[in-house]
Design a protein around this ligand. Structure first.
Ligand code: PMT
Length: 397
C-alpha cells in the first residue's frame, strides 16, 4: 500500500542530520519513494552522496543548479510529496516556514506542497524553549502542520534537556500514520459550522461568545483528510481555515449562518453544528453609535432562529450532529436537545471541566445518540475528538 507513496525529506543543518539516513532506509524498506532536499548547512554535516545512495534518487541542494532530470525541480517535488518531512528542522528553517520566507530549495518546495507536512525539530534546549521558536511552532501548528516532538536527553552541545531529534522509529511511525490515513469519507459532503456568531448592537458593539472555532476547524480539517468535501461556515475567528475546503463561507450573525446552512443543505449529506450560535440578538440595531448618558442602558433582545432545530425539521435522511455546551446538568440538557432538535447524536462538553470547551486545544466529551446511548471519552486533542465524531458519522452513513 505504501509502494505508490512519496515522501520528500527536507534536511536542514544540525548534528542530527545523520539520523535521517536511518529514516530513509526504513522508508525504503517499506517501499516508499524518497526524495531528499538538503540545505547548504546540512551538506556540511553529511554529504549528499550518502542521501543519494540510500534514497536512490538525485539529491537537490541548490535552487539554481541544472535539473538532473527535467521533471525533478522544486514544483514537481512539491507536487509528488504525499508527506513532506522536515528533519532535522532547525530554529532557522522553522522560523522561515512560519514567516513565509522561501529563499532556498527546501523552504521553496515546502511552501509549494499540498502534501502533509511533518516537522521534526532538533536544536539546543535553550533555543527550543526560546519564545520566538515556540511562537513559530505555534503558528505552524495552527496552520495545520504536524510535529514530531523532540526528545529530552544529553545534547551534542553537552547540555541536557529537550531538543534531540525524535528517533527514526518514531518519525517513520508518524509518516506511516499520515500515509495510511483512510479515505473513508471520500465522496461524502459535509457542512461544518464553527466559531461564534456576532450580533451587532451598533456599528461598534456586539454580543458574542468565547468560541475560538478550534473544535469546528478541527472537524473540517480531519474530514478533508478523510476524503470528504467540506463546506465550512464560520463565524469570526483568528484561525487559518484548513486547505482544500470545498467552500468557506464566512458569516457574522446567527441569521447569516442560518441562511448559509439552508442554501447549502441540499448538496450535503451531513451537517455538524459545532458553532456556538447566539440564542438572542438585539431587538433594534442602531446604525449610529449609541451615546452614553447618565441613565442605565437596557438592550432588549429577540430570539434568534435555532438553526439546528430548523434543519432537524427538514433534514429527512441527512445526518445532523449537534453540540451541547453546558455548565450544569450536562446529560439531561444534552438528551433534551437531541430530541427537540431531531439530532442523530449530540456531542456534549461540560464547560466547567479544565481542558474542555471554549478556546483550549483539548476537549472532554460525551456522545449521546437518539436512542439515549451514552459514550464517554477522556480528555483528547480536538483533532482526536473530531475523528471520534467522524467515525460515528461514518457508521451512520
Ligand atoms: O470553538 P471552540 O473554542 O473550540 O469551542 C468549542 C465549543 C465549546 C464552541 C463547541 O464544542 C460547542 O459546544 N459548540 C456548541 C455550543 C452551543 O451553542 O451549544 P448550545 O447548547 O447552546 O446549542 C446546542 C446546539 O444547537 C449546537 O449544536 C448549536 O450549534 C445549535 N444551535 C444553538 C442555538 C441556535 N440559535 N442555533 C443552533 O443551531
Amino acid at each position: 500500500m505504501l509502494k505508490d507513496k512519496t515522501v520528500v525529506i527536507g534536511v536542514s543543518g544540525g548534528i542530527a542530520v545523520y539520523k535521517v539516513l536511518d529514516v530513509i532506509s526504513r522508508l525504503r524498506k517499506l517501499g516508499v519513494n524518497v526524495y531528499v532536499i538538503m540545505t547548504k548547512s546540512a551538506t556540511e554535516f553529511v554529504t549528499p552522496l550518502s542521501f543519494q545512495s540510500l534514497s536512490q534518487n538525485y539529491v537537490v541542494c541548490d535552487m539554481f543548479e541544472d535539473p538532473k532530470t527535467w521533471d525533478v525541480e522544486h514544483i514537481s517535488l512539491a507536487k509528488r510529496a504525499d508527506v513532506f518531512l522536515v528533519a532535522p528542522a532547525t530554529a532557522n528553517v522553522i522560523g522561515k516556514m512560519a514567516n513565509g520566507i522561501a529563499d532556498d530549495m527546501l523552504t521553496t518546495t515546502v511552501m509549494a506542497t499540498k502534501g502533509k507536512v511533518l516537522i521534526a525539530p532538533a536544536m539546543n534546549t535553550n533555543m527550543y524553549e526560546n519564545p520566538i521558536v515556540q511562537r513559530n511552532i505555534d503558528i505552524l501548528k495552527e496552520l495545520g502542520y504536524d510535529f514530531v516532538e523532540p526528545e529530552s536527553g544529553r545534547l551534542a552541545c553537552g547540555d541536557t534537556g529537550k531538543g534531540k531529534l525524535a528517533s527514526p522509529e518514531v518519525i517513520v511511525d508518524e509518516i506511516v500514520k499520515l500515509l495510511s490515513k483512510e479515505q473513508d469519507l471520500k465522496g461524502k459532503s459535509i457542512i461544518v459550522t464553527a466559531g461564534p456568531t456576532v450580533e451587532s448592537i451598533d456599528p461598534m458593539r456586539f454580543i458574542s461568545n468565547r468560541s475560538s472555532g478550534k473544535m469546528g476547524y478541527s472537524i473540517a480539517k480531519e474530514a478533508i483528510e478523510r476524503g470528504a468535501n467540506v463546506t465550512l461556515i464560520s463565524g469570526p475567528t483568528n484561525l487559518t481555515p484548513p486547505q482544500n475546503l470545498k467552500k468557506l463561507i464566512r458569516i457574522e450573525s446567527a441569521e447569516d449562518m442560518y441562511n448559509a446552512v439552508v442554501e447549502n443543505l441540499e448538496e450535503n449529506q451531513v451537517v455538524i453544528k459545532s458553532a456556538a450560535v447566539a440564542d438572542y440578538k438585539p431587538k433594534n440595531y442602531s446604525n449610529k453609535k449609541i451615546k452614553k448618558s447618565d441613565e442605565d442602558l437596557v438592550i432588549s433582545l429577540d430570539r434568534n432562529k435555532d438553526i439546528a432545530y430548523e434543519i432537524g425539521k427538514i433534514k429527512k435522511d441527512k445526518i445532523l450532529v449537534g453540540f451541547a455546551a453546558e455548565t450544569n446538568d450536562l446529560l439531561e440538557n444534552a438528551k433534551g436537545k437531541v430530541k427537540k432538535k431531531n439530532l442523530d447524536f449530540i456531542v456534549a462538553n461540560d464547560l466547567t471541566m479544565e481542558g474542555a470547551g471554549f478556546g483550549v486545544d483539548t476537549n472532554i466529551v460525551k456522545i449521546i445518540d437518539k436512542d439515549g446511548n451514552i459514550t464517554e471519552y477522556p480528555k483528547m486533542k480536538k483533532e482526536e475528538v473530531a475523528n471520534v465524531i467522524l467515525d460515528k458519522v461514518k457508521s451512520l452513513l
